[in-house]
Design a protein around this ligand. Structure first.
Ligand code: ADP
Length: 526
């Protein structure tokens, strides 16, 4: 791991780690809050069902007080109860001493021998229950016991359930009373009103048959308003009737749902914040990486420039010394030396101009003087100026000029600088191919000047960066060629200042074409 990567990691950990820890703690505490709220809410629902159960108990106690009312005979009390409460399908009184059963029922109920038989069977099986209830009564507590376990009694409605209780008659003879009730009707008659009161706007209450053992889905036979078993609800057994349960759920969104939504919102917000910080950290790291890269490029630049200056300088110095010492054998050689000095100082000027221009651009001090010019004329002139350069590098540069004049507004000197950079590159990166092409033409209202080579070409990825300052493509072929990485960034700046652009088309090993595009000067030919 390099030093920089380590530093970047450190920054990432310092910025993001505390937030992640905070997010984690927050999520955990949200979860706990949610659980607490859910528990509190469940408690509230539980209390409501508890009160309903108590209400049902009270109502049944009232019946039992009516049954045990000593002012009348037991027979009268039973008759009154049956007449007053239609949910009582049948009431059996068993004399605990004689084991005789008397059956009371409404008119619509058919009582026959089989009814008596089923009742007697039930008592045979429930001896222990009756004994226990008797003990309670002897202790002064008239306990009402849920009763079940008889075979469906014909002549009654199928929806049969029951309660049983001990009672003394007027002669203090102990009886057991078995109430066989019509379940749904009983729920409606005894609890209906109370449940509707609770319902109001907030809760839905239902009553249903359910068996703890089978855990099958309940059969709800009474509901205050539409009850959904798919939504969250709580269930408690109805104390007074066997296998019967009370259900409650809140209408609309439950409190738990609300809490859950809220927790979820908080969580999303938190995740969003983490994302923002991560993006921030990412951008920061990218920025730092870029800065480091530019610093590296700058240091490469300094060494490249020194290298570029040293070669022509030592040549100039060497030839000037030789000339000064008069050691040159012939006039022809002298001429050759002067020409080299001239050429190398030209290179130095070009290099220094590039650097000066770059520094002006960086300091926002670079200005252009745009004047009406003709592109063909400019291109031709530069082509001529480069003839010596081409000869020296043994390169042939074909010139294809547009047949029509191309008038543009341009800073001649800047144009020369841009095109010179492109021509130098085409020669430098020509990879020994000794033919390049300089063309002018018009495309879509733009006067174009392109320079094409058959050299090393540029990969798609590198094409994105070649116009950046200091950038030089990595690779042996570029590295062995002298350069500062400034040329194309200058060209780009020059073209943007002319409301034009520089484009590149290139394929590795097949060559490149750079094109300078200037907006045509509409009034140019007037
Ligand atoms: P340099 O001083 O390195 O030539 P430039 O800004 O002129 O700087 O070019 C940037 C880089 O683009 C070069 O280093 C080279 O890798 C690549 N490049 C430019 N022109 C060409 C070309 N005609 N063919 C291939 N590569 C080129």
């Amino acid at each position: 791991m390099t030093k920089e990567v380590r530093a970047l990691f450190l920054i990432l950990i310092i910025t993001v780690a505390p937030l992640l820890v905070y997010a984690f703690l927050q999520v955990r505490s949200l979860d706990e809050d949610e659980k607490m709220a859910a528990a509190a809410y469940e408690k509230q629902l539980d209390v409501i069902l508890f009160s309903l159960n108590q209400y049902a108990d009270d109502m049944m106690n009232r019946w039992m007080r009516q049954l045990a009312d000593q002012q009348n005979t037991l027979d009268e009390n039973v008759t009154q109860l049956i007449i007053g409460n239609e949910s009582i399908q049948m009431l059996v009184l068993r004399n605990t001493q004689t084991k005789q059963d008397s059956i009371y029922a409404n008119d619509y109920v058919e009582i026959n021998d089989s009814t008596y038989q089923k009742v007697a069977d039930w008592y045979d099986r429930k001896d222990s229950v009756i004994n226990r209830l008797s003990e309670y009564l002897a202790a002064g507590f008239q306990k009402i016991q849920p009763a079940d376990g008889w075979k469906t009694i014909s002549g009654l409605r199928a929806d049969q359930t029951g309660v049983t209780v001990m009672v003394y008659d007027e002669d203090s003879i102990l009886y057991n009373a078995l109430f066989i009730l019509e379940k749904k009707f009983w729920v409606e008659q005894v609890l209906g009103l109370q449940m509707q009161k609770i319902d109001q706007d907030q809760f839905t209450i239902a009553v249903g048959n359910w068996h703890e053992e089978t855990q099958q889905s309940p059969n709800l036979f009474y509901q205050t308003t539409l009850f959904s078993l798919k939504k969250k609800f709580i269930r408690r057994n109805l104390w007074i009737l066997p296998d019967t349960y009370l259900y409650i759920q809140s209408k609309g969104k439950s409190y738990t749902d609300l809490i859950q939504n809220r927790s979820r919102e908080n969580l999303y917000f938190l995740l969003f914040s983490v994302m923002v910080v991560l993006i921030g950290a990412f951008l920061m790291i990218r920025n730092i990486k870029n800065t480091l890269k530019v610093a590296q490029l700058k240091s490469d630049f300094v060494s490249n420039v020194s290298h570029e200056i040293r070669t022509p300088l030592s040549l100039i110095r060497m030839y000037a010394e030789t000339l000064m010492l008069g050691r040159v054998p012939s006039e022809e050689k002298k001429k050759q030396y002067y020409s080299t000095i001239h050429h190398e100082s030209g290179r130095l000027t070009f290099l220094v101009n590039n650097i000066l221009d770059f520094s002006r651009i960086e300091g926002n001090r670079k200005t252009y003087r745009l004047e009406k010019s003709e592109l063909n004329t400019l291109a031709k002139r530069i082509h001529e100026n480069f003839s010596h350069y081409f000869m020296e590098h043994q390169v042939k540069c074909k010139l294809h000029l547009s047949k029509v004049p191309l008038s543009i507004l341009v800073d001649d000197q800047a144009f020369e600088e841009a095109l010179s950079n492109l021509i130098e590159n085409a020669v430098k990166y020509g990879n020994g191919q000794n033919e390049i092409e300089l063309s002018t033409f018009e495309v879509n209202g733009f006067a174009c000047c392109s320079i094409k080579d058959n050299g090393i070409g540029i990969s798609k990825a590198a094409q994105k960066h070649i116009f950046d300052k200091f950038y030089r493509v990595e690779g042996a072929l570029t590295q062995k060629t002298k350069g500062t990485g400034l040329g194309l960034s200058l060209v780009k700046h020059i073209m943007e200042s002319h409301q034009g652009e520089v484009t590149v088309e290139s394929k590795p090993n097949l060559g490149s074409t750079f094109t300078l595009k200037f907006p045509l000067n509409e009034n140019g030919n007037e």
